[in-house]
Design a protein around this ligand. Structure first.
Ligand code: APR
Ligand code: PHB
Length: 388
């Protein structure tokens, strides 16, 4: 089989790239390790920057997002027993869209199926070949049968654990990483959200986040030890700990209920440079990971995809300027989001190793932040998304 672009991975990066390439008249196929049901079963954050919303509209998949998504004009920081609102709209003129990543993935999958575009689910042992030549090849096994695809380019959209980045010779790659000494215990519940907007809480017992998927489905997180296991936390224990990390009003009005999903995720910052090797281009989690504190993961995948589909369209239009500049252009925005995500994580979480001094520094920075329009504007413009 031959296509212009072979996409590895059917997450948001791969699906959005496939949709935008198709609209540009560029043939593509997606190879996905897991089943479609498995991919749709992932619970991931969905705070969309305006740039991401615009891309989903451009891809022709924004309808349900505008109908079911929640537009948020701001967020709240909770510390010292009080909540402080950061008014994105007043400070930046921009808002964010709260719409679960699972729904984004669903909408993109539906659009791909409607366009009759090929996706091979449960494609096993994907391997990439001749990436440094002009005719890369992708091999995979499906239902016991070996297949080979020849293409012009390979888009590595297969996440942190994928085969794409691993196919780049080690001496061609520079990696940057910070692993955080705690995790997030997350609970999904069919309960009314405790607040109209998200609440990020800095508490001496640990970080907490009150988020949502809709007006009837809430998503909550508490910072936990990396030694914790989900089985260590009953629903009641989770709700009681969450309440202890919130202000009195939130704690007293919190609607609790049975968890429909409960999981622990580690936090890391990670970047691989460059995001290109020959005819292979990395996008999304395949190239970088952010701690979820700044809700940047999906939005960085979107900006990578924006740069990549434009660069590939330029190539077929006769210019390689875009593909030659892709890695530098994408990394410029990636590192700014890495910085913001690291900063939010450092500001809001409990770091016992930094001691009483570190705690006082956090308290001073939070106090300064909520009393400085300049500081709140800086947080707001990073949270709503720096320009693509
Ligand atoms: N072959 C084929 N597919 C693979 C392989 C492989 N060897 N390894 C992984 N995959 C698939 C995974 O099963 C997954 O469906 O690649 C896809 C990668 O999707 P994501 O991990 O969601 O990454 P991405 O599409 O870049 O989306 C980034 O997802 O993890 C969140 O916070 C992150 O919101 C961000 C978004
Ligand atoms: C979520 O809703 O899962 C979520 C929201 C905002 C974040 C992280 C996670 O910063």
């Amino acid at each position: 089989m031959r296509v212009q672009v072979a996409i590895i991975g059917s997450g948001p990066s791969g699906l959005l790239l496939g949709q935008l390439l198709h609209k540009a008249g560029i043939s593509n196929i997606i190879l996905e390790l897991r089943s479609q049901e498995y991919v749709l079963g992932r619970i991931r954050a969905g705070v969309l920057e305006q740039g991401t919303v615009d891309m989903l509209d451009a891809a022709g998949v924004g309808q349900r997002m505008h109908t079911e998504g929640l537009v948020h004009d701001g967020t709240e920081l909770c510390f010292g027993g009080r909540r402080h609102r950061i008014d994105f709209k007043q400070l930046t003129g921009k808002t964010v869209m709260v719409y679960g990543q699972t729904e984004v993935t669903h909408d993109l999958m539906d659009a791909r199926a409607a366009a009759g575009l090929p996706t091979i689910y449960e494609a096993l042992d994907v391997s990439l070949h001749d990436l440094d030549g002009k005719q890369p090849r992708v091999r995979y096994r499906k239902d016991g049968v070996e297949h080979e695809i020849t293409c012009d380019f390979v888009a590595g959209c297969d996440g942190y654990h994928g085969v794409s980045r691993a196919s780049i010779p080690a001496d061609k790659l520079r990696e940057f990483e910070r692993v955080y000494p705690f995790g997030w215990l997350g609970v999904l519940s069919d309960t009314r959200p405790v607040s109209d907007e998200l609440i990020y809480s800095n508490h001496e017992r640990g970080f907490a986040l009150c988020s949502m998927r809709s007006l009837t489905r809430s998503r909550y997180y508490i910072q936990c030890s990396l030694d914790d296991k989900v089985a260590d936390w009953s629903d009641d224990a989770f709700w009681e700990e969450l309440k202890r990390r919130l202000d009195d009003e939130a704690a007293s009005t919190l609607v609790t209920g049975p968890s429909i999903e409960k999981s622990i995720a580690p936090l890391r910052s990670y970047v691989a440079e460059p995001m290109r090797y020959g005819r292979l281009f990395l996008a999304g989690d395949a190239a970088h990971i952010v701690p979820p504190t700044g809700a940047k993961g999906l939005n960085l995948a979107a900006s990578d995809v924006q740069y990549l589909w434009q660069a590939l369209a330029e190539h077929y239009g006769g210019s390689d300027a875009g593909i030659d500049h892709y890695s530098e252009r994408a990394l410029s925005r990636v590192w700014k989001a890495e910085r913001f995500s690291w900063w939010m994580t450092s500001l809001l979480h409990n770091f016992p190793e930094t001691g009483a001094f570190g705690r006082r520094i956090q308290e001073a920075e939070l106090d300064y932040l909520v009393h400085s329009e300049a500081a709140m504007t800086s947080l707001a413009e990073n949270y709503v998304g720096l320009p693509f």
